[in-house]
Design a protein around this ligand. Structure first.
Ligand SMILES: [Zn+2]
Length: 624
């Protein structure tokens, strides 16, 4: 590779829009408000680790990742909702952090920065998260202190990293630092940042190599950063981030190979791979950690920004609409560490995973508190990334969740773009464009991979469209009040899984059999209690092949991710099995040869979206 070429950052396919330019509407706004009225808005008042004694507020308490993780979701939530109470909360942390910078450029709680150059005992990971927080904060506020602060810190890193290299967690998560270095470089064009970026890339685990020839085919049990579910969820974006620096095509390809291998060997029905600490195979009762869910979403948001392939939007939506809501209580006041696709009981019990017996309980900090602090970024960052800008003055719709964007197109023409939708619960939606004047720019519309017969019309006129890289490109002179109508017909698609079992998809939603839930409070606190969830109905159903699915629509309530109020259901037929048992406190693998009880009648069953059901069967045996 030519050195001159290497000294530039490869242009991304799309550009993120500054935090705050996209505002959530409809059910998405409700979801963010539920979050603000639950964990995110009140965690600091009820959980010591992000409470007033946090090291990130100058106290003597927790000083590692938990404060920065919390802020990584609190800051975008506060600015998306323009919620003064939350902005005030977030600003306390930002002010402390900005004022904590030392002469040499380092920042943060002092006891995390006691550099012992002989053994190199320096943990940088918490700083990487805080930089991601600051980039978002700068975009929302244009606070002029942020860029010089980051510059000074990164110059410091440039000096010390050669002798105090990335290790352990930060060695696995260097791509998260590179995102902030790239962000700053795009603002300042300081070539020293690219030198630093190369040092960081070389010191980070070589995720490109791992994903290009994926060696972890089986369930893993040994301590190793390369098979840690959250590191993998973060690491999958690394080859694309590296590719911006190296311009090596094989690194870009490694992303695709990596996702393919993860899904082949560890894939689960909700669109993620398993990991109840380590990659755990395809058994539908293995767990997936909540941190991995939100980090995988963040990776997909970056992958679509860098590589521009709509496929990453498909994965992003599947995880956001299914795995994310399912693992958090509808009121956002308890969450799991590990969720299971076939989750028939959430209680304190030994299960075949490395996490503790409480890992699938709902609570404040089941098993370990990382998810308690890291879960907040999921919906806010998804909202901020639902529309992006193109480099030729246009816009790209990444998802069709209800929202409104205010920005400029074609240089400096003001635009207000509103997505009126109940997507993903409905198939039809519209986009209103409100321009200050007539102007020409490209509008890219993602056509989901599951959609076979999309229809796009502009002002009632059906468009003849061609899909490229997952997007339809409409380039024309737009009038001040144009309207685009989109129809993405959702058909039921049966996905074959292991042992001839199946999962049921319709559009981006996975449909499951909800099991009656009895929530038993086991630890009562002032707020944010711990719960076990016991089944009150049978779950051992097989689906019957070729019985069809009737779509049943219901009103969309303030919290659509709740089994009682599921906005959409699929009605089909099933039979109770006699040979599907509990095993190690979970549902055993769906039987290869499902045997119904001889007298079990054919039952009408109603499937609901995965995200609605905290107890469920998501991977079914099929009676053929
Ligand atoms: Zn976690």
């Amino acid at each position: 590779m030519d050195e001159v070429v290497k000294q530039t950052l490869r242009q991304t396919a799309f550009k993120s829009l500054p935090l705050g330019s996209i505002k959530p509407k409809g059910w998405l706004r409700q979801q963010l408000e539920i979050q603000a009225n639950g964990f995110t808005g009140y965690l600091d008042e009820h959980w010591e680790d992000v409470g007033p004694n946090s090291g990130w507020l100058g106290g003597s308490g927790e000083s590692w990742e938990r404060g920065p993780y919390y802020l990584d979701g609190l800051v975008p939530l506060a600015y998306l909702l323009e919620d003064e109470r939350l902005i005030k909360k977030a600003n306390k942390w930002i002010e402390w952090t900005l004022s904590s910078q030392r002469e040499n450029g380092s920042f943060g709680p002092t006891h995390m920065n006691t550099v012992n150059s002989e053994v190199g005992e320096q943990d940088w990971w918490q700083d990487f998260i805080m930089l991601k927080v600051l980039t978002q904060y700068e975009e929302a506020t244009r606070d002029q202190r942020v860029i010089p602060f980051m510059n000074k810190y990164l110059k410091y890193l440039n000096q010390v990293l050669p002798t105090l290299p990335l290790k352990e967690w930060h060695e696995a998560r260097g791509a998260d630092l590179l995102l902030s270095i790239h962000w700053l470089y795009e603002k300042t064009k300081d070539p020293e940042l690219l030198e630093l970026a190369e040092i960081v890339r070389e010191q980070t685990i070589n995720w490109s190599k791992i994903f290009a020839k994926f060696p972890y085919w089986r369930k893993q049990t040994q301590w190793n950063h390369r098979i840690h579910v959250v590191n993998i969820a973060m690491g999958i974006k690394a080859p694309a981030v590296f590719y911006r620096q190296t311009h090596e095509e094989w690194e870009k390809e490694a992303v695709y190979k990596g996702i393919d291998s993860l899904m082949t060997y560890h894939g689960q029905a909700h669109g993620m791979f398993s990991g109840d600490e380590w990659l755990s195979g395809t058994h539908p009762s293995q767990g997936v950690e909540l941190c991995a869910v939100v980090e995988y979403m963040f990776s997909m948001e970056n992958l679509i920004r860098i590589l521009g392939d709509g496929m990453f939007g498909d994965i992003l939506e599947k995880v956001a609409f299914n795995a994310l809501p399912a693992t958090i209580s509808p009121e956002w006041d308890s969450h799991q560490y590990d969720q299971q696709v076939n989750q028939v009981i959430c209680n304190l019990a030994e299960r075949p995973w490395s996490n503790g017996p409480d890992a699938n309980m709902f609570g404040l900090e089941p098993h370990f508190g990382c998810c308690t602090s890291n879960m907040h970024q999921g919906w806010p960052k998804f909202t901020s990334n639902s529309i992006m800008a193109t480099h030729d003055g246009g816009l790209a719709a990444i998802s069709y969740v209800p929202c409104q964007l205010k920005t400029t197109v074609a240089g400096n023409v003001g635009v207000e773009l509103t997505i009126n939708s109940n997507y993903p619960f409905r198939e039809q939606l519209s986009i209103e464009l409100n321009l200050t004047e007539k102007t020409t720019f490209p509008l890219l519309l993602r056509v989901p991979g599951w959609c076979k017969n999309h229809q796009i019309s502009v002002n009632g006129e059906l468009q003849n469209t061609k899909i490229e890289n997952g997007f339809v490109r409409l380039e024309r002179e737009w009038n001040p009040n144009d309207q685009i109508d989109l129809m993405f017909p959702m058909e039921v698609q049966i996905e074959e899984r292991n042992n001839h079992s199946v999962s049921v998809n319709r559009g981006p939603l996975v449909y499951v059999l909800p099991i009656g839930e009895n929530w038993v409070c086991v630890q009562n606190r002032e707020r944010f209690h711990d719960w076990e969830v016991y089944p009150t109905t049978s779950w051992r159903y097989a689906l019957i092949n070729n019985r069809g699915f009737k779509v049943k629509k219901q009103d969309i309530t303030d919290q659509p991710f709740r089994a009682e109020y599921a906005p959409i259901k699929l009605v089909t037929e099933g039979r109770l099995l006699s040979n599907w048992a509990m095993e190690k406190n979970s549902a055993s693998e769906p039987p290869l040869d499902p045997k119904p009880y001889p007298n079990a009648p054919i039952a009408t069953i109603e499937l609901v979206p995965y995200g609605c059901a905290r107890l469920r069967i998501g991977e079914f045996p099929l009676l053929r």
